[in-house]
Design a protein around this ligand. Structure first.
Ligand code: PLP
Length: 449
């Protein structure tokens, strides 16, 4: 039977467990969720929360799993829950591959289906290194690529400091954003600043030795780093640098892939940019089951026809995960969820603007599709360092107010992330912004504005 809240609390006190990016004792303040419906989650104390970040930007279909996913998972689990890829091929793997071939742009093809975003990146890094015979991976400071060894080393944000940094062959570059943001960029116009950023990257590559660089790896729209949309011409410039030096362009679509930004993939916002490797996860299954994907160009696929990729995991191409995700992707297409996101995008953006106008603690924001981020400033106009645990007591008050306003979501100060499930209605979206505004009013006050 169901455990009472009391029993749950008691058990947790007696049998502690770890949290991932926050200290273990943080578990004591997290609500115990019992069920979900649409964009809402319910806890064991009868509270109802609007999920304002789709959990970790993954529960894109909300918390009522479409029946087709449940049936497909149950059918696959009944028929054949698992075969290991190297021993038994399944129909569902072939079907998923074909579906991906139909929706992936250009000559991109699904190569492997691991379980997590980090693993999809590991596979992509291995592909790049073996295909080019080179070692170095260039990635951005403002990035997150996962917590496994190579993905963690490619990660630029503070989470690599715990130890995954100790991995040779990873080189960090500045994304253009911090340059513009902190120093106004190098140049009078955006075009000049973009060119300057690209020149610096090329100079860096020349110093690393172009023949040593396997790939440039980047999020098409940086997620955890604060919804960073690349300026016009920048991604095209990276593509050109990659072509010039035989470097592969690896785009991490783990957070924004499968519709979040109003396109199926984030890189499709940049005209004419076609990556060589694409990693995706989260939205591919709407988080109903763990599944990720690494896709690559036909050229890379052909290269591995007569040699192993040299990377794998037991649950790569797990049949139940594939069966579930197959239906999730079909649901996305048949219900034109991307069209729905495009329809809501102007309303989303207008409300981001409204809150930025209303709240003095908001310095600036960025928004695209149903993906947005506010940067919070302090009284001096400075934006505090990115971290999970708030530097300032004001953020604790904000977090409490957010909870009391009936929102649940991911907090990473100084960012306020906005990424509700893609199936949200207009009314729910407006309600969400009102709730958020209530919480940000508390933050304004607590910061002394
Ligand atoms: N890449 C990006 C852009 C992400 O946002 C994340 C997770 O947030 C990952 C990779 C890692 O995915 P996972 O946590 O499934 O390993």
């Amino acid at each position: 039977g169901t455990w009472t809240s009391e029993k749950l609390h008691q058990s947790r006190a007696e049998n502690p467990f770890m949290m991932t990016w926050v200290p273990g004792q943080a578990r004591d303040n997290i609500p115990n969720m019992t069920h979900g419906e649409g964009v809402y989650l319910y806890d064991d104390e009868g509270n109802k929360y609007l999920d304002w970040t789709s959990q970790a930007v993954c529960a894109n279909l909300g918390h009522s799993v479409p029946k087709s996913l449940v049936e497909a998972a149950a059918y696959q689990m009944t028929q054949l829950p698992f075969t290991y890829g190297g021993i038994g091929m399944t129909e569902v793997r072939t079907r998923m591959n074909q579906l991906m071939a139909e929706i992936l742009p250009g000559n991109l093809r699904a190569a492997v289906f691991p379980s997590s975003g980090a693993e999809a990146n590991e596979a992509g890094i291995m592909m790049a290194r073996r295909f080019t015979g080179r070692q170095k991976i260039i990635s951005w400071y403002r990035s997150y690529h996962g917590a496994t060894a190579a993905a963690g080393a490619a990660t630029g944000d503070f989470r690599r400091w715990y130890g995954s940094d100790n991995n040779p062959g990873f080189v960090k570059a500045f994304n253009p954003f911090p340059l513009f943001f902190n120093h106004g960029g190098n140049g009078a116009t955006e075009e000049e600043r973009v060119q300057s950023a690209l020149n610096m990257l090329e100079e860096q590559i020349l110093n690393e030795g172009p023949d040593n660089v396997a790939s440039i790896m980047m999020e098409s729209i940086v997620g955890a780093g604060g919804c960073l949309i690349m300026p016009t011409g920048y991604m095209q410039g990276i593509r050109a640098i990659c072509d010039k030096y035989g470097i592969l362009m690896h785009v991490d679509e783990v957070m924004v892939g499968f519709g979040r930004t109003g396109k199926l993939f984030g890189f499709q916002h940049y005209d004419g940019v076609m990556p060589d490797i694409v990693s995706a996860a989260k939205g591919i299954s709407g988080a109903a089951i763990p599944l990720s994907m690494t896709a690559c160009s036909e050229e890379i696929m052909t290269f591995f026809e007569d040699k192993p990729l040299g990377w794998g995991s037991t649950y790569q191409a797990h049949p139940v995960a594939l069966a579930t995700a197959y239906e999730a992707v079909k649901f996305l297409i048949q219900n034109d969820i991307v069209g729905h996101v495009q329809h809501l995008a102007p309303i989303f953006e207008a409300n981001m603007q409204r809150l930025a106008d209303q709240h003095p603690c908001i310095k600036q924001y960025r928004a695209i599709g149903l993906f947005g981020c506010f940067d919070v400033q302090d009284l001096t106009g400075a934006i505090p360092k990115l971290q999970h645990e708030p530097a300032h007591d004001a953020f604790h008050k904000y977090k409490q107010a957010y909870h009391e306003a009936g929102l649940v979501g991911l907090h990473r100060y100084p960012h306020v992330h906005c990424s509700p499930p893609l199936v949200i209605t207009e009314d729910e979206l407006l309600d969400g912004f009102d709730r958020l505004s209530t919480a940000i009013t508390v933050l304004d006050d607590a910061l002394g504005f």
